[in-house]
Design a protein around this ligand. Structure first.
Ligand SMILES: Cc1cc2nc3c(=O)[nH]c(=O)nc-3n(C[C@H](O)[C@H](O)[C@H](O)COP(=O)(O)OP(=O)(O)OC[C@H]3O[C@@H](n4cnc5c(N)ncnc54)[C@H](O)[C@@H]3O)c2cc1C
Length: 348
């Protein structure tokens, strides 16, 4: 590989796990580069549910997805990571000096790598109807930004799972007139999601498929086909949400020679280590009893970074001091993590 390691830690994946890890590595005095394949940070939260409320983040009784991502970004940036957004890591090599990451823009060296790649490179599942999947204007997508823009307007959500019903309720709560079209007789969504959508006034259309979208640059109407009778019906429509789920691709990890167990990368849970110099945290990390939650990703990121810090610098303490004892902002991030064993005590 030949190049000098320019960073202590390279983080692959800019979702909640990767962003928190970038912050935490800064807290431990490590230099970081962070790679994200999508053109924005925030992982699943930003890509799949930016407008939804999240209720199980400690200290936030309720926080919107986009707000959580904005706060994570602000926290991560305190650590001054070298950001590579819109840059997918396609190759990962290892040698005694560390790791070498390959992207379409070049090669980057680091002393260690942390994989926070979540469910992998994810792509929305298409409907399989070219007139819909190839729609090139705006107003058709897998998420909704600023649901209140659709107040008073007719909107269509396609899908039968929780995500479809949640988007429908979200839009209806914002004042839109929402129809959900699902090709099966039964919705897969939880009873609670169905009840919430119905209470919000959403119209549920079963055994029904979206045939085509009409409009100039934006949807103006859609054609739905009843799969039992074959009858088509045209409805006014200002926005279409395709909530059909997504496919995730973890195959790159196999190509990189890392141990997978079908759910993700096998880690040693106390250090989150996958192999020497390779760590994993968040949804991609697998071990018995794993919970795929944002809270888990945060804790695992702290474990992985701390183990990595000690592996790179055996004189460093495993546990960082408490951030609360060092004020806030950049200087605290730069100084806190440097704590070394010889300073004794267990405080910061
Ligand atoms: C609809 C929905 C609702 C949810 N609600 C909640 C909730 O209420 N509470 C909760 O705790 N959890 C919730 N979750 C789960 C939560 O979003 C995940 O646990 C969390 O996003 C995992 O974070 P992560 O950083 O591990 O991975 P991700 O968020 O998946 O981020 C991984 C990132 O890595 C990037 N990446 C992958 N491969 C590469 C590569 N080779 N190069 C560069 N970048 C790469 C991806 O593009 C992605 O942005 C929900 C999930 C969904 C789908």
């Amino acid at each position: 590989m030949g190049l000098e390691a320019t960073r202590d830690l390279a983080i692959i994946g800019g979702g909640p796990g990767g962003l928190y890890a970038a912050f935490y590595a800064g807290l431990r005095g490590m230099s970081v580069s962070l790679f994200e394949a999508l053109p924005f940070l925030g992982g699943q939260v930003a890509a799949l549910y930016p407008e939804k409320a999240i209720f199980d983040i400690g200290g936030f009784p309720r926080v919107g997805g986009a707000e959580l991502v904005a706060r994570l970004e602000e926290q991560a940036l305190q650590a001054g990571p070298e950001l590579h957004v819109g840059e997918e890591v396609t190759g990962l090599g290892r040698d005694a000096a560390g790791v070498c990451l390959t992207t379409a823009r070049g090669e980057y060296r680091a002393r260690a790598v942390l994989l926070t790649t979540g469910v992998g490179r994810f792509t929305p599942r298409p409907l399989g109807v070219p007139a819909v999947d190839d729609w090139s204007g705006s107003g058709v997508g897998t998420t909704v930004r600023q649901a209140e823009r659709f107040r008073g307007l007719p909107c269509l959500v396609v899908g039968g799972g929780d995500s479809a019903l949640d988007w429908a309720a979200e839009l209806a709560d914002a004042g839109a007139q929402v129809t959900v079209a699902h090709r099966r007789d039964q919705f897969r969504a939880l009873e609670a999601s169905l009840s919430r959508a119905e209470a919000a006034g959403v119209t549920l259309r079963r055994s029904c498929t979206l045939e085509t979208i009409h409009g100039e640059g934006r949807p103006e109407s859609v054609v739905l086909r009843d799969l039992k009778t074959g009858v088509c019906e045209e409805l006014a429509c200002a926005a279409v949400v395709l909530a059909l789920g997504y496919t995730a691709d973890l195959s790159a990890l196999r190509r990189w020679g890392l141990p997978l167990d079908g759910r993700g990368l096998l880690v040693t849970p106390d250090t989150m280590a996958v192999a020497p110099g390779v760590y994993a945290a968040g949804d991609v990390a697998s071990y018995p009893g794993k919970l795929k939650l944002i809270a888990t990703a945060f804790a695992e990121a702290a474990l992985a970074v701390s183990a990595c810090k000690q592996a790179l610098d055996p004189d460093a303490r495993l546990q960082a001091g408490h951030s609360s004892e060092h004020g806030s902002g950049g200087p605290a991030v730069a100084t806190l993590g440097g704590g070394r064993r010889e300073d004794g005590g267990d405080g910061a």
